[in-house]
Design a protein around this ligand. Structure first.
Ligand code: GDP
Length: 334
């Protein structure tokens, strides 16, 4: 599955959040292999109420949610790119992830030390982004050096290397010029972060890792009460996980039959054969066509056969781009 790395300065709540996500996952579904692969890696299901609806309609024996992997990456401190803290170890971890979730401290608590002496999310974000930019720059410089040394005589290879070099040089410039961040707001910390996030065109999800962590310790009937007492109706973790999934450019389609209903993860824009290939490469190779019905149409019809009768179950060919929530049945040659 695809990986999202949790980064942030020390003591901002990364581990608390990571543990809450993983514990919540364990509590939510008994039939899903939630696991903490390593102390800092956890796989969690993407909450999706449609799965149970479909599963009920199809009388599936089990339902299998889509999943993503969270990695708690410690060790990002000021100077990490120069080898401070866990330095290189940190960098090798972050290279492995498909998206980065930056945890920013917006809570005041005099008992919890802030590495720079005060809660200041804007400056924290600057520190982290600068370290990430330094590490990118480092990579780019090494690659450019390598390209400069290349002695290929093949004109095609040469042209390709030239193109790569000029692309890298443009990125290099952009990274170096990227230090004029948002103007401060007088409102509390969260508002600052929201403004900054919109400027950086980043997604943002507000959670209290502390609350989420306390929630996991409550029996489920008390959770709702606790959430209501805080004036919210859903734990923030579902939002966080879904936002991460979308950030990764991922979409869900379903297969649904008597044996099981399952959510499959694809990249936005994948065609029907590519989506079939996620299940098995033979499905992609031997792809003939896909019978497909939109989630809402399936639910309105009540069953696959009713959907067929109503004409909302379509037969799609190899160029069909799979849509979010499609319920699909693949026909293929073996
Ligand atoms: P890490 O170093 O970033 O992994 O930080 P930790 O997860 O170890 O958290 C540091 C301290 O902050 C712990 O004492 C947590 O209980 C506390 N903490 C973490 N998240 C929150 C939060 O969202 N709100 C509050 N009030 N405290 C938090």
């Amino acid at each position: 599955s695809l990986k999202a790395g949790i980064v942030g300065l020390p003591n901002v709540g990364k581990s608390t959040l990571f543990n809450a996500v993983v514990e919540n996952g364990k509590a939510q579904a008994a039939n899903f292999p939630f696991c903490t692969i390593e102390p800092n890696v956890g796989i969690v299901a993407v909450p999706d109420s449609r799965l149970q609806v479909l599963s009920n309609l199809s009388k599936s024996q089990k339902s299998v949610p889509a999943s993503i992997e969270f990695v708690d990456i410690a060790g990002l401190v000021k100077g990490a790119s120069q080898g401070e803290g866990l330095g290189n170890k940190f960098l090798s971890h972050i290279r492995e992830v498909d998206s980065i979730l930056q945890v920013v401290r917006c809570f005041e608590d005099n008992d919890i030390v802030h590495v720079s002496g005060q809660v200041d999310p804007k400056s924290d974000i600057d520190v982290i982004n600068l370290e990430l930019a330094f590490s990118d720059l480092d990579q780019i410089e090494k690659r450019i050096e390598k390209l400069k040394k290349s002695k290929s005589n093949n004109s095609q290879v040469k042209a390709k290397e030239e193109a790569e070099k000029s692309a890298l040089e443009r990125i290099q410039e952009a990274l170096l010029g990227e230090s004029d961040l948002a103007s401060p707001e007088n409102n509390p910390h969260v508002k600052n972060v929201m403004e900054l996030a919109s400027e950086l065109q980043s997604g943002i999800v507000t959670v209290s890792a502390q609350v989420e962590s306390e929630l996991t310790e409550l029996p489920s009937e008390e959770r709702i009460e606790f959430l209501t007492s805080l004036g919210v109706d859903e734990s923030g973790l579902g939002n966080l996980i879904r936002a991460t999934y979308n950030l990764l450019g991922l979409r869900t389609y379903f297969t649904s039959g008597e044996k099981e209903t399952k959510a499959w993860t694809i990249h936005a824009g994948m065609t029907a054969p590519q989506a079939a290939g996620v299940i098995h490469s033979d499905f992609e190779k031997g792809f003939i066509r896909a019978e497909t019905v939109a989630y809402n149409d399936f639910v309105a019809a009540g069953s696959l056969s009713a959907a067929r009768e109503k004409g909302v179950l379509r037969s799609e060919g190899k160029d069909y781009v799979v849509q979010e929530g499609d319920v699909m049945l693949f026909r293929f040659n073996v």
